[in-house]
Structure formats: structure tokens, C-alpha cells
Design a protein. Structure first.
Length: 442
């Protein structure tokens, strides 16, 4: 089966060029292929990017499926041009045993509409099991050095040293959530003294503070340098933390969409809808993170897609759940930053497709290259549309971006050569299609 995507502007490996893309079955084909009987997609006026690889999502299955599940969230991903995702281990049961990991892969094979893989979670007690996991089967180890949803905090120094040393020996990347829980607990207690049991949401950035992030990130980077561990710091939220990145190939950083869009000033209008861990910080921090997208300090953009029911988002700093759904709207939101001049569309492809594939060693993905899997997204600029509740595919049914007018529209999403989403069809989504398990490292 051949498909010809004709007339678009191809964004790939630092360049944007006008041209055609040929898909042969599930792969990017040769430009010399016979296209006389190919299905033609007219991409005139559009840009064609490698499918987005979201390296940081929480799809809530198993055990938390009242919020979301692999089927609904992978559907949302497809609607948003995300063709591959790496999912986190704080489900129920936690993905901290080989058996729980295998269960997730079996679920995804039946339910996921796009390509999938799962991090293996570190705990205070499971380091010995790292060697039992096939390194080609997982992107890496997820380490919570700060408490978050799922209570997977690793807080013993000897265990942390063992995790970093073992991961280095196995040549597995560590992706770390860095916040100092001791500092957070002291800040919470102080706030509760003045404001009661559930302090108001505007205090969240002071409770989960810059100091809490910086101290934990400093510890993680020190351990990585000591043991020679590849370390990727998740959801960097402060300007101060950026000093740790861009100097060593071992240590890289992720920015997530929430910290690139929102600041603490947005609590006035959005309240606990934008409560996340780490917290959104000041406009100065956001400005520094946006600048770091271009200077090498930030290596990837993810979403930390973390759906909760709106009823679970009620309350203040203690009671409201932390996290927000983002996977469906990350690409149009970041294309909005392209329009603002924050980054170029070529750099966007680097941060959201190329670098995720490079960093985690994802095979045959992340680039528009002959012989690579045909994971592609076609986007159209200057096509305003306003997000309403009816557009949302995530099971949780809400977005902090509701009411926002985007200027870019997702036209088509191809996953392994299959047109799984087409904005122009009466039934835009191919619900019968399922993605593939991602492979890592040669």
C-alpha cells in the first residue's frame, strides 16, 4: 500500500523544504517509488513534521481508570499529532516489578492507538530487579526524588546511590522527578499555621518552592556525575536549575508544556486547574525556560499529561490533585510559541521528535528518513479554532486551555503509515487501529 503526501513543507533535521513524502506500507519510502496508484493526501499550505514523541505521560491504567485509560488517552494523543508516548510507573499496581511491566505492555497491545513504551519505576527496595528487565524493552528508569501522585518517593541516600550506580552499569537512562520533600513538608506546615489545613492555591509555588526543586536537582546531577549515569531531569520549572544543563552529555533536561505556558499569576483565573508538581513558577522562570529551549539547556518538551477528574481538582494546596491533561493540545500550543517567535518550527521538531528519539535510543522513529517508520503529523497554520469541551478526547473531560483560540490545526496523523486521524473525515478517527511497542537501543 502506498500513500503520497503531496505539496507540503517538510520539517526535518533543521530544515524546512517543500516536497512530497511517500509512504510504503508502514515505512517512509523512496522518492523514486512508483506513485501512479498511490492514495494521495493534498498537504498544500501545510507543514509535515515527524510524529510527536511525548516522553512523559500518565495514562492511569491499570488501577486509576476512572480518570483515564490507555485507550482514551492514546486516542487523545492521535488527535494531537502524538504518535508515540513513554508512560510513567505510578499506576496501581505500580510498574516496579517485571510482572507489572509486562501487564502494561499486554494492555497497551490491546488498547493503545499509537506507539507505546513504559518506564520501569525505582523504589527503595527494587534495585536488584533492574537487571531482570530487557534494556531494549524500556526507555529507562523513572525515579521520584520528590513525593507525587502514587507515593513512589525514594528518599534513602544509600538506595539513591545504588540506583544511579546500577543504572550506569546497565546503561539505562534515569528520568528523575526532583523536589526535596523535606523542604516541601516544612513549607506546608508553615503555610498551614497561617492558613489552615488546606492553604489557598496561590501558595503552591511557595510550598513546592524553587529551593525544593534546586536542592533535589543538585543532588541528582551530583550522583549522575559521580557514577556516570545518563540523567534526564523531568519538568524543570525554575530558572535557577538551568545552571546544571548544557555542559555535560550525561545530564539533560525536559521542559513541559504547563511551565512554558502558565505562571503563578494564572492562579487568579485558572485556580487549581493548573496545580501541578513541580508547581508553575514566576514569569521570570517561564521566560528563562523559554529561552533555554534554544540554547541547549532544554533537550526535550513533554507534557507530563496527568488527567484527574475536575472533582479531584477541587481544593487548595493540600486537597486538590496535582496534574493536568495536555497530550492532545501540546503540539498546537507549542506551535503558538513558534508564532510568538519563542522558537522556530525546526527547533520544535528537534525538541518534540528528534531529541526524544536520540535521548532514549528509540529505534526507527523521530525523523523523516527513508526506511524509518512513517509516523507523521500534518499541521495547517493560520486556521483559528477555539477549544471547547466537545473537542476533548481525554476521559477526564476538561483542559486548562478551554476557551483558548489556537492558530494551528492538526490535519492528519499517520502512525506506522496508517492514517489514524483525519480532520476532514466525517468520522475523523480510526478506532480500530493499534500502535506498536517501541524498541530501544540496538
Amino acid at each position: 500500500m502506498r500513500t503520497l503526501i503531496r505539496g507540503g513543507k517538510i520539517v526535518n533535521e533543521g530544515h524546512t523544504v517543500s516536497g512530497d513524502i511517500i509512504i510504503e506500507d508502514d515505512l517512509i519510502g523512496s522518492p523514486d517509488s512508483d506513485v501512479s496508484e498511490a492514495t494521495v493526501i493534498d498537504a498544500t499550505g501545510c507543514y509535515i513534521l515527524p510524529g510527536i514523541i511525548d516522553t512523559h505521560v500518565h495514562f492511569r491504567e491499570p488501577g486509576l481508570t476512572h480518570k483515564a485509560c490507555i485507550e482514551t488517552e492514546s486516542r487523545a494523543a492521535a488527535y494531537g499529532g502524538v504518535t508515540s508516548y513513554l508512560e510513567m510507573p505510578n499506576t496501581n499496581p505500580q510498574t516496579t516489578t517485571p510482572e507489572a511491566l509486562e501487564e502494561k505492555y499486554q494492555l497497551a497491545a490491546q488498547e493503545s492507538h499509537v506507539n507505546y513504551a513504559f518506564f520501569y519505576g525505582a523504589t527503595n527496595d527494587n534495585v536488584k530487579t533492574f537487571k531482570d528487565i530487557d534494556r531494549s524493552h524500556i526507555p529507562g528508569i523513572k525515579l521520584f526524588m520528590g513525593s507525587s501522585t502514587g507515593n513512589m518517593l525514594v528518599d534513602r541516600m544509600e538506595t539513591l546511590k545504588n540506583i544511579f550506580q546500577t543504572a550506569a552499569e546497565l546503561q539505562l537512562p534515569v528520568m528523575a522527578h526532583c523536589e526535596d520533600t523535606g523542604i516541601i513538608n516544612r513549607n506546608m506546615a508553615k503555610a498551614q499555621t497561617s492558613y489552615g489545613d488546606d492553604p489557598p492555591i496561590f501558595l503552591h509555588q511557595l510550598i513546592r518552592s524553587e529551593e525544593a526543586c534546586y536542592n533535589s536537582t543538585r543532588l541528582a546531577t551530583s550522583l549522575a556525575m559521580t557514577y556516570g549515569t545518563q540523567l534526564h531531569i523531568a519538568h524543570v520549572s525554575t530558572a535557577r536549575e538551568l545552571e546544571f544543563f548544557g555542559q555535560s552529555r550525561l545530564i539533560t533536561a525536559e521542559a513541559v508544556v504547563a511551565h512554558l505556558l502558565f505562571t503563578n499569576r494564572d492562579y487568579d483565573t485558572l485556580g487549581s486547574r493548573i496545580k501541578c508538581n513541580p508547581s508553575v513558577k514566576s514569569p521570570i522562570d517561564r521566560k528563562a525556560l523559554r529561552e533555554a529551549l534554544n540554547n541547549g539547556q532544554i533537550t526535550t518538551i513533554g507534557t507530563d499529561h496527568a488527567p484527574h477528574l475536575l472533582s479531584e481538582k477541587e481544593g487548595g494546596c493540600r486537597k486538590a490533585a496535582s496534574g493536568m491533561p495536555m497530550v492532545q493540545f501540546s503540539l498546537p500550543a507549542m506551535l503558538g510559541l513558534v508564532d510568538e517567535g519563542v522558537l522556530t518550527i525546526e527547533r520544535l521538531a528537534e525538541l518534540m521528535s528528534h531529541n526524544p528519539a536520540r535521548l532514549f535510543g528509540i529505534r526507527q522513529r523521530g525523523f523523516i528518513r527513508q526506511g524509518y517508520k512513517a509516523d507523521l503529523v500534518v499541521v495547517r497554520p493560520q486556521t483559528p479554532w477555539t477549544l471547547s469541551t466537545d473537542d476533548i478526547q481525554s476521559r477526564c473531560g476538561w483542559s486548562p486551555l478551554e476557551g483558548h483560540t489556537f492558530q494551528w490545526r492538526i490535519e492528519q496523523t499517520f502512525c506506522n503509515g496508517q492514517l489514524i486521524y483525519d480532520h476532514h473525515r466525517q468520522q475523523p478517527f480510526d478506532a480500530d487501529y493499534h500502535g506498536e511497542e517501541l524498541g530501544f537501543r540496538v
